[in-house]
Design a protein around this ligand. Structure first.
Ligand SMILES: Nc1ncnc2c1ncn2[C@@H]1O[C@H](COP(=O)(O)OP(=O)(O)OP(=O)(O)O)[C@@H](O)[C@H]1O
Length: 259
């Protein structure tokens, strides 16, 4: 592994097909005059599983929220298969094929599993049976427990419902905000396995994760965010083995998580 195999972010030159999702020099934040994203550029190509890692407060979740129209964008742009979608609101983005699974409050607790999944397809209810079948092949337990209220499920099961709901629209890209957060190590492993399966079923995924090492193990490529910028990018393997990335980001993150 040489340093040359890790590209400073933004220096990629290889010819590729059109990105399914791209952010270019994204600048933005929540409060007037306070930018959390300071020029953040990432690409996800069709079929890729992209990891977003970095220290606490780097802006990882903010990046997903910015893509999903929940952050004031003050510079740069977001494109979906070449179409400018910068700043569009969530309902428009969902209709265009952007699926988002937020970290918290991601299910309707009083609704059943089936009703939660229906909510994911409110734009095209006639496709329910077909899409439900797809989701139930990835998450068989959602199919068999479809009448159970989501509020009575465990954290890991809720995460599956939330992912299942986002998959109902057959998204071009699925945004996952820390899917393993708050889960036991065993449930975390299961969640990473599910994410991998979703991706292998053909869904492009952009996943923010605090569990950086596990994320790098399953993703095709990743970006290390630092202070709202894409500091490094490379394949999961490259980044996991790069001394600088280990020293600056993985060492602390691994220690934080007791690895
Ligand atoms: N709704 C909000 N209003 C104002 N500031 C916010 C809001 N949400 C997040 N921030 C701030 O934005 C910065 C980046 O937060 P963000 O959640 O994107 O970081 P992160 O990289 O995902 O961190 P972590 O790994 O700790 O979740 C933090 O300083 C945070 O306090």
């Amino acid at each position: 592994m040489s340093d040359a195999s890790i590209q400073a972010a933004g220096t990629a030159t290889a010819e590729r097909p059109e990105a399914v999702l791209r952010t270019e020099d994204l600048v933005g934040g929540y409060l007037p005059g306070v930018n959390i994203l300071n020029g953040c550029s990432i690409d996800a190509y069709p079929g890729e599983l992209i990891g977003i890692i970095g220290p606490n407060g780097a802006g990882k979740s903010t990046l997903l929220k910015a893509i999903f129209g929940q952050v004031n964008i003050r510079g740069g742009k977001v494109t979906l298969k070449g179409e400018d979608i910068t700043g569009l609101k969530a309902n428009k983005l969902v209709a265009k094929g952007v699926g988002m699974v937020p970290q918290n409050n991601n299910v309707f607790p009083t609704l059943t599993i089936e009703e939660n999944l229906e909510m994911g397809l409110f734009l095209k209810p006639s496709l329910f049976a077909e899409r439900f079948e797809f989701v139930a092949t990835l998450f068989p337990e959602l199919g068999s427990r479809r009448k159970q209220r989501a509020g009575s499920l465990s954290g890991g099961e809720r995460q599956m419902v939330a992912m299942g709901r986002a998959l109902m629209i057959d998204p071009s890209v699925l945004l996952l905000d820390e899917p393993s957060a708050g889960l036991s190590p065993v449930r975390q492993d299961e969640t990473f396995l599910r994410v991998h399966q979703i991706n292998r079923a053909g869904v492009s995924v952009i996943m923010v994760e605090q569990n950086a090492r596990r994320c790098l193990q399953i993703c095709d490529r990743a970006y290390v965010l630092d202070q709202g910028r894409d500091a490094y990018t490379g394949t999961g393997k490259e980044l996991a083995q790069d001394p600088k990335v280990i020293e600056l980001y993985l060492g602390t993150l691994a220690a934080d998580q007791g690895h």
